[in-house]
Design a protein around this ligand. Sequence first.
Ligand SMILES: Nc1ncnc2c1ncn2[C@@H]1O[C@H](COP(=O)(O)OP(=O)(O)OP(=O)(O)O)[C@@H](O)[C@H]1O
Length: 313
Amino acid sequence: MNPTETPTDRTMKRVETDGGVPMEDDQESTADAAKADGGTEKLVDVSPSHSVPDDDDDVRTRSTETAITTRDLNVYYGDEQALDGVSMDIYEHDVTALIGPSGCGKSTFLRTINRMNDMIDVCRVEGDVEFGGKNVYDDDVDPVALRRKIGMVFQAPNPFPKSIRDNVAYGLKIQGYDGDVDARVEKALKSAALWDEVKDQLDSSGLDLSGGQQQRLCIARAIAPDPEVVLMDEPTSALDPVAASKIEDLIDDLAEEYTVIIVTHNMQQAARISDRTAVFLTGGRLVEYDDTTKIFEDPEEQRVEDYITGKFG
Ligand SMILES: Nc1ncnc2c1ncn2[C@@H]1O[C@H](COP(=O)(O)OP(=O)(O)OP(=O)(O)O)[C@@H](O)[C@H]1O
């Protein structure tokens, strides 16, 4: 499908998470096994066969509304072009995965959406990123206010050296929120599936938590100001498999309330947790963007199939 095309049927069964260990090295064997079977080849197994379906909430109705639209997005670091003409519609309440080999511009794309690239002097952006009916690069857009609406979670958990409560309340304080901060902290920690583990130690340092808990704390911090979009840059790559699995489950829940865009190197993870997948290849080009099942089972582009089956990247 053309990256900018609007799908006709936006209701589909969600790809299940198996809650298991992220596996990258079995991609080729999955495809080979399917071929040997004489069955329909699946490049990566996105079926729920290896999982236990959780409960009755495993079908999410998908929106036809776009949360973010990029048009002809070019990003440069000095003379080097990191993104080349990226046009993409990202849908509300979808989990959209960005995949591709190292250096193809995934993180740049993510950072361009909430203007984190503003902090890099040599970075120059051309084209539009529409959010809420406005180009986020318009002169009258306040990047700090924008980042409250489009929160971000990074690869390594990075809590502030503050209490758990203050970590979560941080964004609220910056925005001068004068309501019930404790209620908002509780709500965010519940949404981040951390409340039960920390509710009796809200004054302890966020740095005393485990890595997985710290990452969920960072997710709570990102969602406390009630954003519309949550950007995640490889949020599980620094975590052990159990902690990573918890975050994967959480991402699925977050999509009920937020639009989630996630960069991942883990193909199985993209297949498990995302509704749509965008494949970037060298040169910062978006080469294919479609429903995740389509990308992983029957991509249009040979280059995408080669990447997914581990022939390069
Ligand atoms: N701050 C920066 N200054 C200069 N060049 C940069 C900067 N950040 C990224 N680049 C360059 O832009 C290109 C895209 O990098 P980016 O980090 O967006 O790719 P990526 O696909 O996210 O890579 P990875 O998967 O390794 O994280 C690379 O060539 C990279 O060297």
